[in-house]
Design a protein around this ligand. Structure first.
Ligand SMILES: [Zn+2]
Length: 321
């Protein structure tokens, strides 16, 4: 038991308590990371200042530091007293996730240079299909690039008559939605709807009851099956909330000041999709589920899709999408 206990705790009379001296190291690791230090440089500093780890050695690695940063016990649970506030812990997780994403994105950019940022993010609100990029009169001086519902032409027929979008219009829609969040950050605090937040107390009680039943040897109890099911449901809900909080934190971190132009990086990290409706309405959905609506009056006025009769039929999907 002793060797598996995370650094910062000690066992006293069969109870886990905070180890005053070593808990300072844990707190320092969390703080340094939030200040922007890398796992590697934190490990190096600890090694150099000869700080002892859980095994009373000074051979710190970036992996060991990373494990400490992701250990949920530091927020406290039924056995472990809290060492790090939930808020701080979540800020660290958001930061790590964000960093991972950035690394992942660099890889992606290198492997598929031509991948359009709007690919698989723009959807038709009328039929649910994704929007695709079409190039008309490709290579000619009057070449046109527009985004249309994938079902616009289906089996050689016009199936979906939802409006077309120029790429610049998509950028404007996204930029406006992002700027609304920057101007009104409170929107992020009012989301999500209260009902999906369930107190963790319930989970603790269910777990306690499960233990009691097991200790009493009542394994065939119907109550046990019901409780195990209930526990799974509660864990699922609480992980959804955690996920929501991490995502909201990521948005907050990405949005500091008003954007003057479309920012590809911010867009690809915080916007999950854009949904286009025929009446000019367009909805931008952020990674935490928050939606911002907009109506483009000139789109509403367009007859069908703004494509003249002469032009229709000569569109091709590009390979980029
Ligand atoms: Zn459609």
């Amino acid at each position: 038991m002793q060797t598996h206990m995370p650094i910062g705790y000690k066992m006293v009379d069969g109870k886990i308590q905070i180890d005053k001296e070593k808990s300072k190291t844990v707190k320092k690791i969390f703080t340094e990371y939030l200040k922007g230090k890398s796992l590697l440089s934190i490990a190096k500093n600890l090694k150099e200042s000869r700080v002892a780890n859980a095994n009373n050695k000074t051979n710190w690695t970036h992996g060991a530091v990373g494990k400490i940063l992701e250990n949920t016990k530091y927020m406290g649970d039924e056995f472990y007293p809290p060492l790090i506030t939930k808020e701080k812990y979540q800020r660290v997780q958001a930061k790590r996730k964000h960093k991972e994403k950035q690394v992942g994105k660099t890889h992606q950019l290198n492997s598929t240079r031509n991948k359009n940022i709007f690919a698989s993010k723009v959807f038709c609100g009328e039929c649910g299909e994704p929007y695709r990029k079409y190039i008309e009169h490709s290579g000619k001086a009057w070449e046109k690039v527009r985004w249309k519902c994938k079902k616009y032409i289906y089996q050689n027929r016009v199936k979906c008559t939802n409006v077309f979008y120029f790429e610049a219009e998509l950028k404007t829609v996204a930029l406006n939605a992002i700027n609304i969040l920057i101007a009104r950050p409170k929107l992020l605090n009012h989301w999500p709807p209260k009902e999906i937040i369930k107190p963790n107390k319930e989970l603790t009680e269910v777990e306690k009851r499960i233990r009691e039943i097991k200790e009493n040897g009542e394994f065939s109890s119907q109550e046990l099956a019901r409780l195990i099911f209930k526990r799974a449901e509660l864990v699922y809900n609480s992980s959804k909330i955690n996920d929501y909080e991490v995502r909201t934190q990521t948005i907050k971190e990405m949005l500091t000041e008003k954007l003057t132009g479309f920012d590809e990086k911010i867009f690809s990290v915080i916007v999950s999709k854009i949904v286009i409706y025929k009446d000019g309405r367009v909805e931008t959905q952020f990674i935490n589920g928050l939606k911002v609506s907009d109506t483009l009056e000139y789109k509403r006025k367009e007859d069908h899709n703004g494509c003249s009769k002469k032009e229709s039929g000569s569109h091709t999907a590009t390979d980029e999408v």
